[in-house]
Structure formats: structure tokens, C-alpha cells
Design a protein around this ligand. Structure first.
Ligand code: NAP
Ligand code: GDD
Length: 393
């Protein structure tokens, strides 16, 4: 059964289990006492817990779905309709779907469509919701500020409001971002660092951050923000800088691409491994009281350092020539220029330097990143070389 057929099956099977879900309804009734709303319902202790992930087709959503399935959760995912296939990152998870006990179900919906959110929440009745869906590209948010505000900002309102309206005692995770710190006022950044967003994306995430806190304070909801610094993997979107670098180097070695064009090489980011970060998301929802947490590695590197680590990992000997917009990297074996600057990739306002302090997560959650930056580069480079079907130079 392929992924598309599976979605059809999942939707049909939801129809079959609807009466059963209805019989559980009394276990999820709304209570006016906030402290009671933080208690997991009795039934979910004896049954598998249920999670809904928005953004399940993305990098983080796919790792989180895998992680929750291994923990025995029944995982529901919100997927949006696309004209091209957008389930490559989760397709492998369909293999384990059993007709009698479906533990992984997808539902068509969109953060722009409140009714679809209400419908999906009513069907899935999740113990935990992870709101990972977003227009997540900072550069693109300058070109689509209104759309980014609608999905990345107001989309969070739609989901929180749907939860409030239905009255589920669900725990809610909001994917907040280190982009909130933007033109950072202090270094390193922690939960108390003031925000200074530098893009429509950062502004939309700031709105969603405050709204999540507001629903926690106004309605006693267990709603938390994970303020995550950059995290990467072989599943990273191809137009984020790390993946663009590793995939392009592999394609250059395979002879499918001549040159890699990049923007600002001096920006510094705190890059971790996505697989480790999704575990931190889950840990935040297992706490006795709702609170916000930074997840970061505490080390920063420039885009240039990432690029040079990746070239070295691919065993491409290189030399740098020129400066500024004229800068280039030459493969000294072939003499070819393989990296150039394209100002098209400069942003109207840049975030120059982000580095996080995750000591609160370490002490309260017991969360700690393990993968070093050279290890992360090696994991990504190896995966993209395999994808391109080539060896190191
Ligand atoms: P990603 O790979 O870009 O995934 C974004 C997900 O959102 C995709 O599943 C996408 O669906 C979905 N989506 C987009 N618009 C939607 C809409 N209108 N309705 C429903 N779903 C929609 O992002 P990621 O790297 O996994 O990041 C996950 C979340 O964490 C995002 O909110 C991001 O802003 C935030 N974040 C990420 C990082 C990081 O370094 N990765 C750091 C901090 C915060 P399609 O597959 O159909 O496009
Ligand atoms: N995308 C991209 N493409 N970025 C480039 C390029 C390029 O060709 N050349 C240089 N850069 C620089 C950007 O200007 C930025 O300073 C840095 O590389 C990182 O860019 P991205 O990889 O696009 O990530 P981001 O830091 O802007 O945003 C990511 O991390 C945020 C957390 O801090 C995204 O995942 C956001 O969703 C996330 O919130």
C-alpha cells in the first residue's frame, strides 16, 4: 500500500472507529479548573497516548512522528494538499500500519482553515498537540509577509482557539524559534533574553509565542514554547543553507551541478542535530507544570565554517579567491570555481549571530545535545553523497 492509498485507508478507518471515539467522549470533557486540565485523562494511562503533529511532512515532524511511535503513541498528522508529492519524509512510517490497530493516521487540513482543525481535533482527540507547521523559511518570508503572518502567526491562534472551543485537556507545544532574538541584545540567548525579530517570519513567530503564553495564562491551558535554535539533518529542506551546501557539493561531485551560489557567509548560527531536538519537544510536554524552554548546543559557527567543513568532509581540496561579492572557492584538483556569491540570497535584514544557552533545559528536562558540528556535517554529507550516488573526491 503506498502513502496515498494509506491516507484513504486511514480516513475510512477513522469512520469505523468514530462510534468508539464517541463512547470515550466523557473522558475528555472540559473542566473549568485549570489544575485539573493539566492531568492526563485516566483512560490514556491504560491506552496508547495520542498525539497530533501539524507539519508532520517537514523535517522535525517526521523525526517527531518516529520518536512518538517508538514510545507507543498513536500518531495523527495534519497534511495539506499539494500538487506534488510531499510525504517523502514520512512514507516509510506507513509500513507499520495495521488494519486492526492503526497507530499512524494522516488527515487533510491546513493551518489556514479553522474548520479542518476543529474536525481533525474532534476525530483525533489528542493528549498532545505539536504545532510544527509554518511557512518556515526566513528569506521567503520577506517575499510573502502576509502569508507568513497568516500561517506562522494566526495559524497558531486558529489551533489554540479550536482546542479551547472543543474543550480538550490537550497539552500544546508551539515551535518557537531563536529567530525571535534576531538582532540579539545579549549573548548567549536564554529564556529571559529580550526579542528583536528581524523578518516577517520572526515577527509572526513572536506573535505565536506570546499567544501561546497568553492562552496558558488566560485559560490555564498546558501550552508551552520550545525556543529552538537551528537544527539540521539529512531531512532538512533543500533551500536552507546547510542542506543546500551538502546537497550541492554532492551534485557537483556527481557532475549534475557546476557551481553552488550562496549569500552571506559571515552569519553565525548555533546548529544542532534535529533528531535530538524533537526529543526535547516531547520532554517539555511531560513536565508537571507548563513552561518555556530554549534548546541549543551553545556553540556557534559561520556559514563559511559549515561550507569549509563540508568541502573537507567530501575531500575536495579548495582555495579561496576574491573578497565580498567577488569571493569564490576553487577546486584545486580541477581548477573549477565551485562556490560563488549571489547577492540575491542576501536578506533585507540579517540575523548576524545566534548562540543559545540551554542550561534550563539541561537542568529541568535533562535534555542535552550530543552531536558535534563536524559530526553533523559528516552525517549530512554522507547522506547526500549516497543520494547523489557518488563517493568522496
Ligand atoms: P519544515 O521542514 O519547513 O516543515 C514545515 C511543515 O509545515 C511542513 O510539514 C509543511 O507542509 C507544513 N506547512 C506549511 N504550511 C502549512 C499550512 N498552511 N498548513 C499546514 N501545514 C503547513 O520546518 P522544520 O524545520 O521541520 O521546522 C518545524 C517548525 O519548527 C517550524 O514551525 C519552524 O518554523 C520551527 N523551527 C525550526 C527550526 C529549525 O532549525 N529547523 C528552528 C526553530 C523553529 P508541506 O510539507 O506540505 O510543505
Ligand atoms: N537559505 C539560505 N540560502 N541561507 C543562506 C544562503 C543561501 O543561499 N547563503 C547564506 N545564507 C545565510 C542566511 O542569510 C542566514 O544568515 C543563514 O545562512 C542561515 O539561513 P537558513 O539556513 O535559511 O536558516 P535561518 O537561520 O534563516 O532559519 C532557520 O532557523 C531558524 C531558527 O533560528 C529556519 O529553520 C527557521 O524556520 C528557524 O526558525
Amino acid at each position: 500500500m503506498n502513502a496515498v492509498e494509506n491516507l484513504g485507508y486511514s480516513l475510512r478507518s477513522i469512520g469505523k472507529i468514530r462510534p468508539w471515539i464517541a463512547s470515550l467522549k466523557t473522558l475528555f470533557i472540559h473542566t473549568d479548573f485549570p489544575s485539573q486540565r493539566f492531568q492526563p485523562c485516566t483512560m490514556s494511562m491504560t491506552m496508547s497516548r495520542r498525539a497530533l503533529i501539524t507539519g508532520i511532512t517537514g523535517q522535525d515532524g517526521s523525526y517527531l512522528a518516529e520518536f512518538l511511535l517508538t514510545k507507543g503513541y498513536a500518531v495523527h498528522g495534519l497534511v495539506r494538499r499539494a500538487s506534488t508529492f510531499n510525504r517523502g519524509r514520512i512514507e516509510h512510517l506507513f509500513k507499520d500500519v495495521s488494519r486492526d490497530a492503526p497507530n499512524f493516521q494522516l488527515h487533510y487540513g491546513d493551518l489556514a482553515d479553522s474548520n479542518s482543525l476543529i474536525r481533525i481535533l474532534t476525530i483525533a482527540k489528542p493528549d498532545e498537540v505539536y504545532n510544527l507547521a509554518a511557512q518556515s523559511h526566513v528569506g521567503v518570508s520577506f517575499d510573502t509577509p502576509e502569508y507568513t503572518g497568516d500561517i506562522t502567526g494566526i495559524g497558531t491562534t486558529r489551533l489554540l482557539e479550536a482546542l479551547r472551543t472543543i474543550g480538550l485537556p490537550t497539552r500544546f507545544y508551539q515551535a518557537s524559534s531563536s529567530e525571535l532574538y534576531g538582532k540579539a541584545l545579549t549573548t548567549p540567548q536564554n529564556e529571559d533574553t529580550p526579542f528583536y525579530p528581524r523578518s516577517p517570519y520572526g515577527c509572526a513567530k513572536a506573535y505565536a509565542y506570546y499567544l501561546t503564553r497568553n492562552y496558558r495564562e488566560s485559560y490555564g491551558m498546558f501550552a508551552v514554547n520550545g525556543i529552538l535554535f537551528n537544527h539540521e539533518s539529512p531531512r532538512r529542506g533543500e533551500n536552507f543553507v546547510t542542506r543546500k551546501i551538502t546537497l550541492s557539493i554532492a551534485n557537483i561531485l556527481a557532475g549534475r551541478q557546476e557551481c553552488l551560489y550562496l549569500g552571506n557567509l559571515e552569519a553565525k548560527r548555533d546548529w544542532g542535530y534535529a533528531k535530538e531536538f524533537v526529543e526535547g519537544m516531547w520532554m517539555m510536554l511531560q513536565q508537571p507544570v507548563p513552561d518555556d524552554f530554549v534548546l541549543a548546543t551553545g556553540r556557534a559557527a559561520t556559514v563559511r565554517e559549515f561550507l569549509e567543513l563540508a568541502l573537507t568532509e567530501a575531500r575536495i581540496p579548495f582555495e579561496r579567491t576574491g573578497i565580498g561579492k567577488e569571493e569564490a572557492y576553487r577546486d584545486t584538483r580541477t581548477g573549477k570555481v565551485i562556490v560563488k556569491i549571489d547577492p540575491h540570497y542576501y536578506r533585507p535584514a540579517e540575523v548576524d549571530f545566534l548562540v543559545g544557552d540551554a542550561s534550563k533545559a539541561r537542568s529541568k528536562l535533562g535534555w542535552q545535545p550530543k552531536t558535534s558540528l563536524p559530526e553533523l556535517v559528516a552525517i549530512m554529507m554522507e547522506a547526500d553523497l549516497k543520494l547523489a550516488g557518488v563517493q568522496k573526491a
